[in-house]
Design a protein around this ligand. Structure first.
Ligand SMILES: Cc1cc2nc3c(=O)[nH]c(=O)nc-3n(C[C@H](O)[C@H](O)[C@H](O)COP(=O)(O)OP(=O)(O)OC[C@H]3O[C@@H](n4cnc5c(N)ncnc54)[C@H](O)[C@@H]3O)c2cc1C
Length: 293
């Protein structure tokens, strides 16, 4: 049933890098909720797996002295959503990953696997885009950092070369302090379904209660998760109003590039982009408790 040629368990990040270097065919497995499904479906044969599942150095959430939140990639969705740092500073990221699959998938699937599989539908991705997440990648020649935008290269494609491991996801204080946010996952069913569209809004109010910062990100609105930068620019500096909400919906539709799939037509997704961006904006604003909301 599972065509696995070899399976090795790494005992450190460096060990995993060495094991990958020794076997050009090898691939990492963290929670395995994507890798094992691909194997079961026969999309991968002759698999050589290197597990990072038990590496404690790749698990957990912490805050550096400069306020940067560090999310380790082998943190499961459940542990992430329940972590006190996430609950205090990034509750909307916790809410976003709580929409993944069902409880079993969330207990095993990891945020690192979600990002590294390169799917535009990944439920963590649009919120990580809205948070300007940076990724630490460790490989044979050391550690490098990439923005999440540069990491996504196309459907199922990410900027990792063989031997490289995602070792941390970083969120700067300038990208989360004072922000509220909201993620809407639109699916055919309420549980165990991949997003037909995912929409994430983060917003920060100024002292005059105008929208000082606003980020709008989508999953499944293009081949990779994406931000709507022109819409964002049009909102910043304005006071919240229903006219502004309508403007967000109109502008967002002009920035995205969804496709037709068996889940939904391009036209339906465009309609969802307009509607969900408005709903997520209203909801994120209501979470700020700001005036005029
Ligand atoms: C029943 C079911 C329902 C699902 N529902 C959803 C859903 O609603 N929303 C959603 O977004 N996803 C969903 N998924 C997909 C999957 O659960 C997630 O993408 C999950 O985050 C993958 O994490 P993992 O640790 O299991 O990844 P794995 O399967 O272990 O790995 C996935 C890919 O990432 C690579 N990888 C993993 N960790 C690293 C790392 N640290 N560095 C470099 N490469 C790495 C692996 O080599 C592999 O290519 C579902 C899956 C199943 C089986």
């Amino acid at each position: 049933m599972f065509d696995i040629t070899s399976y090795e368990e790494a005992n450190s990040v460096q060990h995993a890098i060495d094991l990958l270097a020794a076997n050009p065919q090898a691939q990492l497995i963290a929670g395995g909720t994507d890798v094992i499904i691909r194997l079961r479906e026969g999309k991968v044969s002759d698999a050589n797996l290197i597990s990072i599942h038990d590496l404690d150095e790749l698990k957990g959430v912490s805050i550096k002295t400069d306020g940067t939140i560090v999310i380790k990639p082998v943190t499961t969705f459940t542990s992430l959503a329940e972590h006190p740092i996430i609950k205090q500073h990034l509750p909307f990221l916790g809410e976003a990953v709580s929409t993944v699959g069902g409880p079993q998938t969330r207990h095993v699937g990891t945020i690192g696997g979600n990002v590294c599989n390169g799917a535009t539908s990944a439920d963590s991705a649009s919120t990580l885009f809205a948070l300007n997440a940076r990724l630490c990648i460790t490989g044979p020649s050391g550690i490098r950092t990439s923005t999440i935008q540069d990491f996504y290269k196309g459907p199922g494609k990410v900027a990792l070369t063989h031997g490289e491991i995602l070792t941390a996801i970083l969120i700067s204080p300038k990208d989360y302090l004072g922000f509220s946010g909201h993620y809407i996952k639109y699916t055919l069913r309420n549980a165990m379904d991949i997003a037909m569209l995912g929409c994430s809004v983060t917003v920060k109010l100024g002292i005059d209660h105008s929208v000082a910062d606003f980020r709008l990100a989508f999953g499944v609105a293009a081949p990779t998760p994406m931000r709507c930068l022109r819409t964002e620019a049009a909102v910043k500096g304005h006071h919240f109003s229903e006219d502004l909400v309508e403007r967000v919906g109109e502008l967002a539709v002009s920035e995205v590039n969804p496709r037709t799939s068996w889940r939904a037509s391009k036209e339906y997704r465009l309609q969802l982009v307009g509607e969900l961006s408005k709903r997520a904006f209203r909801k994120a604003m209501s979470k700020t408790g700001g005036k005029g909301v």
